[in-house]
Write a protein that binds this ligand. Sequence first.
Ligand SMILES: O=C[C@H](O)COP(=O)(O)O
Length: 224
Amino acid sequence: MKLIIDNANIDDIRSMYEYFPMDGVTCNPTILAKEKRPPYEVLKEIRDFIEEGELHVQVLNDKAEGMVEEAYKIRKELGDDTYIKIPTTKEGLKAIRILAAAGIHVTATAIYTQMQAFLAAKSGALYVAPYINRIDNLGSDGVRTAKEIHDMFRNYGFKTEVLAASFKNSRQVITLCEYGIGATTISPDVLDLLIKNDSVTAALNVFRSDFERVCGKGKTMLDC
Ligand SMILES: O=C[C@H](O)COP(=O)(O)O
């Protein structure tokens, strides 16, 4: 499963890359707006830092022709390997087909239903991004929806992968990991929850105090 960071803050991204085996960065217009700087300035910094990692950037137009135009501008600014996030509306499906036919990497976003995912995959998207937590908040089951999409793609032999987004807790991520979905994009706070465990800290504290009883305070295998 690819591990992608859903954030546009370069300090957060640097920090997450330092500790976690990251595969790239996604953002959306809301995430970009939080940086309060010109979007391409922010994105170019991210592009330079993550080097070959995946970068997913969303268009704003709601008509297919405008989406396609934006996609070409994003690629011109940030490189041809940039994934263009296209909202999975009727106009979006048209744009996905045009872009995919031109060999452009498309991530179909704002996925709430299996049918949106099916249509996006059939139109040529390389990823579909179901919004796990937002689906949960509609009274449905985001994790189950993502798994059903993943299974459907395998049944049809689509090469499209699920890039699950919108997480609020580590359980949602772990369950999708067990299902073997292609990728998750996670905010820094939820990424931290994946490794935060008070039982681990407690176990390590016991190891340390036992060792220090014999070797002295602050001693390690370097200087005992
Ligand atoms: O681009 C979509 C976001 O990943 C949605 O995440 P959010 O529901 O936490 O805002």
